[in-house]
Design a binder for this molecule. Structure first.
Ligand code: FES
Ligand SMILES: [Fe+2]
Length: 352
C-alpha cells in the first residue's frame, strides 16, 4: 500500500477558512479549500492549464479559481475554462474529510480504515501541530521509548536519576498494533500542577501506549497511582499523536489531548486545567521537536546504533512501518544483524 492510501490528518480544521491552503503530504503538494456550502476539496496544487499553484487562488461558490487565467475546479477535480467552454480540464483530486477538528486526506478511492478516536468519558482539550525536520521513523522511535523523558520532558515521566526504576512491557502479539506499558516514578511537579491534576510528585506515572500503522499514530492513556496504596488518581489523560510525512525528511506531528470528563460546577477549575494542559503539551512538543532536530544522523537504518533495554519496540515498529504503512511486504530489510542490544532483560511478548 502506498503511503498516500492511508487517511492522514494534514491540517487543523480551524486553519481552513475561506482562503485555500497549500499543504504537502508524502511529497505531494495539495490545495485544500472549503466551498461556500462547507464542502472540502483537496486537489493537486498545480493547475492543469499552465501549472499555476492553485492554493494561491480563491473560492467562488463551489469552485477553486486559478489565479493565472481563471480556470476553475470543483472538489472532485472537474474543471472548466472560461475561454474554452468545450474544454473539460481535470485536476487530480483526493478523498478528504473534516473530522475531530482535523482535515484528513487520502488517495481517491483507496480502501483504508479511519482511526477510531471515540473515547467515552473523555473530552477533547486541544489539538496541536508541530513540524519536525526528521523522518517519520524517528518520531515513532522517540514515541516508542520513555528513556528520553528524564531529560526531554519537563513535566511528565521520571527524573533522569530514577531511570533505573522505569519498568517497560512490550507486547507485539497483535501484528497490527504495538502495545507498550511504561511504569515509572513521577518526577517532581510544581505544586499548582499537583493540585490541578490531583497528583502527587511521589506518585507512580503510567503510560499505556498503542502504536498503529495505518496511518502511523500513537495513542496513550496516562494516569498516576499512589505508590504506597496502588490506588489510581482520579484524573486521566489521553493523547493521540499522528505522524504525517510532509516529505522524506519532514514530518507533521499532530497531537490531540483529552481529559476525563469535566467536574460539575467547577467551571473555572475546568477552564484553567484545560489551558494549563494545552500550554504544558505545547511546551513538551517543542522540546521533543528540538531534541529530534539535533540528531546528528537522521538516516533511519539501525546500523551502528547501540540499543538499550528501553529501546525494545524500535526494531519491531520499523518492520511494521515498512509492512503496514509503506506496504513493502519484503521491505527494505531492517538490518537486524547490525543491531547491538546492550541489555537482555527486555520483557517482550514477541509476535512470531
Ligand atoms: S494556469 Fe491556471 S488558469 Fe492558466
Ligand atoms: Fe516524549
Amino acid at each position: 500500500m502506498n503511503e498516500l492510501n492511508h487517511w492522514h490528518p494534514v491540517l487543523l480544521s480551524k486553519a481552513l477558512k475561506q482562503k485555500p491552503v497549500g499543504i504537502k503530504l508524502c511529497g505531494r503538494e495539495i490545495a485544500l479549500f472549503r466551498t461556500k456550502n462547507g464542502e472540502i476539496g483537496a486537489i493537486e496544487d498545480i493547475c492543469p492549464h499552465r501549472k499555476m499553484r492553485l492554493s494561491k487562488g480563491w473560492v467562488e461558490g463551489k469552485k477553486l479559481v486559478c489565479p493565472y487565467h481563471g480556470w476553475n475546479y470543483e472538489p472532485n477535480g472537474t474543471g472548466s475554462s472560461p475561454s474554452n467552454p468545450n474544454l473539460k480540464p481535470c485536476a487530480k483530486s483526493f478523498d478528504v474529510k473534516d473530522k475531530h477538528g482535523l482535515i484528513w486526506v487520502k488517495a481517491a478511492g483507496s480502501k483504508a480504515n479511519f482511526p477510531n478516536l471515540d473515547f467515552p468519558n473523555y473530552h477533547l482539550v486541544c489539538a496541536l501541530e508541530h513540524q519536525v525536520n526528521a523522518p517519520l521513523e524517528l518520531l515513532v522511535d522517540i514515541n516508542g521509548e520513555i528513556e528520553h523523558a528524564g531529560l526531554g520532558h519537563t513535566f511528565f515521566g521520571h527524573a533522569l536519576s530514577q531511570v533505573s526504576e522505569v519498568e517497560v512491557k512490550f507486547d507485539f502479539s497483535d501484528p497490527e498494533v504495538t502495545r507498550i506499558k511504561e511504569i515509572m516514578p513521577q518526577k517532581p511537579l510544581p505544586g499548582v500542577l499537583e493540585k490541578l491534576f490531583t497528583v502527587s510528585s511521589s506518585d507512580r506515572f503510567i503510560d499505556e501506549i498503542e502504536i498503529h500503522f495505518s496511518p502511523v499514530y500513537k495513542t496513550s492513556q496516562l494516569y498516576w497511582e499512589n505508590q504506597e496504596t496502588g490506588q489510581r488518581r482520579k484524573e486521566r489523560l489521553r493523547s493521540v499523536y499522528f505522524f504525517t510525512p510532509i516529505s522524506e525528511n519532514e514530518t507533521k506531528w499532530i497531537s490531540l489531548y483529552y481529559i476525563t470528563s469535566p467536574r460539575w460546577g467547577m467551571v473555572i477549575f475546568n477552564l484553567l486545567q484545560k489551558q494549563v494542559l494545552k500550554l504544558i503539551m505545547n511546551h513538551e512538543g517543542n522540546r521533543e521537536k528540538g531534541v529530534l532536530e539535533c540528531i546528528a544522523d537522521k538516516h533511519v537504518e539501525f546500523e551502528q546504533m547501540c540499543l538499550g533495554r528501553l529501546d525494545g519496540s524500535l526494531v519491531e515498529n520499523r518492520k511494521r512501518i515498512q509492512r503496514i504503512y509503506r506496504g513493502q511486504s519484503q521491505g527494505v530489510p531492517v538490518r537486524e544483524l547490525s543491531i547491538n542490544i546492550v541489555s537482555s532483560d527486555l520483557q517482550t511478548n514477541a509476535h512470531a
